[in-house]
Structure formats: structure tokens, C-alpha cells
Write a protein that binds this ligand. Structure first.
Ligand SMILES: O=C(O)CCC(=O)C(=O)O
Length: 292
């Protein structure tokens, strides 16, 4: 198989879902408009400049990583709700699950949630990252139903020489015995503003940067709502920052209940903590007093 197929933002959603389910990934050109890209880079640059290189072979000793992205900007709505990304993630992961509750046969549809967020800047001298599957975080077996749909937005041009993400198309069908080989991976070549969407079971990794300019990418993951978030969004994103986003994004950040009943707060949809101003007072629980 050759590299990944490219589509435009007005592509048919069903066709993009079909491509993703078959190839494991797709490139969406013109994914993000120039104004959003510039606003995001303005908001992230101070953190990026202050950030040290990684300390280990996996994160990259010539790579800078900034996380907690929803706390650092209010401009992520058009990215995470982009029609093809969110639409494909919902179509692929939100499949009804049948179950019995007593004598009633019911179907429960899981939510999805924002899991990890990172700006990844690969500098000259960084070698290839080991190829891996991001859904392995959940210690799951392969092949199997998709539990993650990931996005990488090119904040600068991605080339084969500067570390454009390496992807092995079709590798989501492999079992857990088959090891990925570097020769099977294709570099993602796409201009700034494009988006690479791939399934959590696809082997991929950051590429080698042999150029003088850094390669900057922004990655977001959407996971099934019944899994633990990779990045703890409740700690990473203060409530004021969550409130800067619309309801759909707040729910994606984890303020949502996954049917039939995961993530409740005081037996209610956790979204209530965002509606009631300050944190809801738990009946019968005294407010803690700071030690003197
Ligand atoms: O930076 C990239 O292109 C991919 C990075 C990646 O896959 C990771 O850090 O897990």
C-alpha cells in the first residue's frame, strides 16, 4: 500500500470514515485556517520557548513538548470540532452497545472525550521515535474496535526530511505479535494547516529532523468516554479555562456522563459543576479548613 489518501475539508464524511477504517489514517488538507493557526502559535509560543528538550529516548532529547493545551488557549474549538475529525471520531467510536437490564434489552452509546493534548516541536538532530500504537496506553489487545481517533495538525510544514509523522497504513489490523519495521512507515508530508487523522491502533512515530528548521505539530486525541484520559484534563485545565469553551467542548473535556453511568458527580451529570458557578457543595460534607 502507498502512503495515506488526501482529502479536502468538504469531503464526504462517510467516505472519510471508510478511508480511516480501511487505511487507518487520512490527511485533510486545509484542516485549520491561517488565523486560527496564528492565534494558536501566539498562545503556545511562550510555553514552547520556555520548554526544555525531552529527557528520554521516547519523548526525544531534541524535541520540545508542551501539554495542557486547553488551558493555554481559547482557540481550539474549530480544531477539535472540525467536521471530519469529530464526525469521524463519533462515527467510528460511538457505536451502541447492547445489554440487558433486568428483562429490558437496551442499547447504550458511549461518549467520547479529549484524552491527551501536546504541541510537539522536533528539532535538528532528533532521530526517529520508536514506532508505537497510542491506544496501547489502555493495555488493550489488537486488532479490535477503535477506542482512539488521533489528530496531528501541522503548525509548520511537515516534510520527509524534517520529521513528518511516520505512519504504517493498515497496521491497525495487525495482531500484537507483529512488530513494526521502519521500512514499512511513510512520512507524513503536508503543508502547515493540514491535519493527519489516524486510528489509535495504527503504528506511527515522530520522524528524524535533518533540516535546520524545527517541525511543529499539535496533537489531540479523542478516546472512548469509558477509558481513563491519557492527560488528566481535570487537573490540566482550570475551571475558568473550561468555561471559556462552548458546551460541546466542555463535555469533550470530560464534563459529561458516559452511559450507562460513568463519571457521575453526586449521582448527576458532572456538567452541573459548570452550570452552578462554584463547585457544588456536597450535602453532609464539611468544607475543609486550611491548617493554621
Ligand atoms: O511528533 C510526531 O509526529 C508523533 C509523536 C508521537 O507519536 C508521540 O509522541 O507519541
Amino acid at each position: 500500500m502507498a502512503g495515506l489518501i488526501r482529502v479536502q475539508p468538504d469531503a464526504d464524511l462517510d467516505e472519510v470514515v471508510e478511508i480511516l477504517e480501511r487505511d487507518g489514517g487520512v490527511i485533510v488538507e486545509n484542516f485549520t485556517d491561517a488565523a486560527t493557526l496564528a492565534a494558536l502559535m501566539d498562545d503556545f509560543t511562550p510555553a514552547l520557548d520556555a520548554c526544555a528538550y525531552g529527557e528520554d529516548w521516547y519523548n526525544g532529547k531534541r524535541t520540545r513538548r508542551v501539554s495542557s493545551l486547553f488551558a493555554r488557549t481559547t482557540h481550539l474549538t474549530p480544531v477539535v470540532t472540525q467536521r471530519l475529525y469529530l464526525g469521524a471520531a463519533r462515527a467510528i467510536m460511538q457505536k451502541p452497545v447492547p445489554m440487558w437490564i433486568g428483562k429490558s434489552r437496551v442499547e447504550m452509546t458511549p461518549t467520547i472525550q479529549i484524552s491527551g493534548t501536546q504541541l510537539i516541536q522536533i528539532h535538528n538532530g532528533q532521530g526517529k521515535q520508536p514506532l508505537h500504537r497510542d491506544d496501547a496506553l489502555h493495555l488493550r489487545r489488537h486488532p479490535g474496535p477503535t477506542s482512539r481517533v488521533q489528530l496531528m495538525v501541522a503548525m509548520s510544514d511537515f516534510t520527509a526530511e524534517n520529521g513528518g509523522t511516520l505512519v504504517i497504513p493498515g497496521s491497525h489490523f495487525w495482531d500484537d505479535e507483529r512488530a513494526p519495521e521502519a521500512a514499512e512507515a511513510y512520512p507524513t508530508v503536508m503543508p502547515a494547516g493540514s491535519g493527519l487523522i489516524w486510528l489509535g491502533g495504527v503504528y506511527h512515530g515522530g520522524g528524524r529532523n535533518t533540516t535546520d528548521a524545527p517541525r511543529t505539530g499539535m496533537t489531540l486525541a479523542l478516546d472512548l468516554g469509558n477509558l481513563r484520559q491519557e492527560e488528566n484534563q481535570y487537573l490540566a485545565v482550570p475551571k475558568e479555562s473550561v468555561l471559556a469553551y462552548p458546551e460541546e467542548v466542555r463535555r469533550l473535556l470530560g464534563y459529561d456522563r458516559c452511559p450507562p453511568g460513568l463519571g457521575w458527580y453526586e449521582m448527576e451529570d458532572p456538567y452541573v459543576v459548570l452550570e452552578d458557578g462554584d463547585t457544588v457543595q456536597v450535602p453532609g460534607v464539611a468544607t475543609p479548613v486550611a491548617a493554621g
